[in-house]
Ligand binder design. Structure first.
Ligand SMILES: [Zn+2]
Length: 387
């Protein structure tokens, strides 16, 4: 199978930060009984044919006809084994957990992404009703379901109902607190569908606040305070053996104005945000971050409450510090948290934010597959930065 079309399509979307961040998304191409899907941990923006895993479509869809255990851990284990067994001979990379969803679309190309603009709708209180109102019967809209077999099976049923009703198959599938799947037989149509979704949403939301050089407009006193905070974070990063990365922009600045302003960002929007920016950011006042001793108390309290160090430390009026085992991970935490801020901003146009529910958050935190993916992504980034 010639993968040039999907490689081009993946790079096109993957190199545009409006569509793809570190969390990625995934793409696939079908031909006859074959499907090639982006492997776990590979970056869309720089992917080549070797970044795709090739599988048998009929072996994948056969999964829907076998008896599976009702226990979700056992079920997902079997599904993963069967998915790996559906790979063509010689294929060693791991297919995305979303492979089954790709297999269900009766179209040559599928591009699944988590763009902030689209998630502004899908992580809002009015997600389900607004998506329906804006896109009507051309799109399917699903409430949040744990990624993996359960989600794929729910989508399979929706697609079946659609077919029985005599309507043409869905080319757009919106998933609450997750992202969108777009499918078509040509690359041009995929792009046109994304353009259509973006144009429809842009007409509904307020543009992001313009950069107003927040960092340069502060007083001398404020600068001293900020440098104290940076010194405290640096000392704590040594103490807790993590690296840090600082980010501030006009958008984040609005959410950092007060504990109340920060509320929309206090819980995660999608599984990717949990994996890369942590489920729970730690918000502290400047007073709580003015010395390393003060800050250590806050970090220890966070650890006691959530069983892990924060991946994002948000300091009121100062900025956010991504924390990670290396600089790449720390920077990625900032990137994903900035993405969350965009989502919260756009969600204002749809009744405000709708974060993930606690049981779903816990499920993702414990999810072995996601841990695997985040560790691979981090290895890939280190490899890339050494070249
Ligand atoms: Zn996804």
């Amino acid at each position: 199978m010639n993968l040039d079309p999907i490689v081009q399509l993946s790079r096109n979307f993957g190199s545009n930060p409006d569509y793809v961040l570190a969390g990625g998304g995934n793409t696939s191409q079908k031909e006859g009984d074959f499907i090639a899907i982006k492997a776990s941990g590979v970056q869309l923006g720089t992917i080549d044919a070797a970044g795709f895993v090739r599988l048998s479509l009929s072996k994948l869809t056969a999964l829907f006809n076998i008896e599976l255990p009702s226990n979700s851990d056992e079920r997902e284990k079997i599904v993963l084994e069967k998915m790996l067994a559906a790979r063509l001979p010689g294929q060693t990379m791991r297919p995305s957990v979303e492979t089954l969803l790709h297999a269900l679309f009766p179209f040559r190309f599928v591009v699944h992404l988590h763009p902030a603009l689209i998630n502004g709708l899908l992580c809002s209180r009015e997600a389900l009703s607004a998506a329906q109102a804006l896109f009507g019967s051309e799109a399917a809209v699903l409430p949040y379901i744990t990624p993996g077999y359960t989600l794929a099976d729910a989508v399979r049923r929706i697609f079946e109902t659609r077919t029985l009703s005599g309507q043409s198959p869905y080319k757009i599938l919106f998933l609450q607190n997750h992202g969108v799947f777009v499918a078509a037989d040509t690359a041009e149509e995929i792009k046109a569908l994304y353009d259509h979704i973006f144009a429809t949403l842009k007409a509904k939301v307020n543009a992001l606040p313009a950069e107003d050089k927040v960092a340069e407009s502060v007083s001398a006193e404020e600068k001293v305070l900020r440098s104290k905070v940076h010194t405290a974070v640096e000392a704590c990063s040594t103490k807790f053996n993590v690296r840090f990365f600082f980010t501030l922009n006009s958008l984040l600045n609005r959410f950092l104005a007060s504990p109340e302003a920060f509320l929309p960002l206090s819980a995660p929007f999608t599984p990717d945000h949990i994996v890369y920016a942590g489920a729970w950011p730690l918000f502290v006042t400047q007073h709580q971050a003015q010395t390393s001793e003060h800050l250590e108390v806050q970090i220890n309290a966070h650890h006691a409450r959530h069983g892990e160090l924060p991946k994002v430390l948000a300091v009121q009026g100062v900025g956010i510090f991504g924390l990670g085992k290396d600089i790449a991970a720390a920077e990625r935490a900032c990137l994903l948290f900035t993405d969350a801020a965009k989502i919260a901003w756009y969600a204002q146009s749809f009744g405000g934010v709708h974060s993930m529910e606690s049981p779903d958050i816990e499920f993702i935190r414990n999810w072995e597959v996601e841990k695997y993916r985040s560790s691979i992504a981090s290895k890939n980034n280190i490899a890339a930065s050494k070249q």
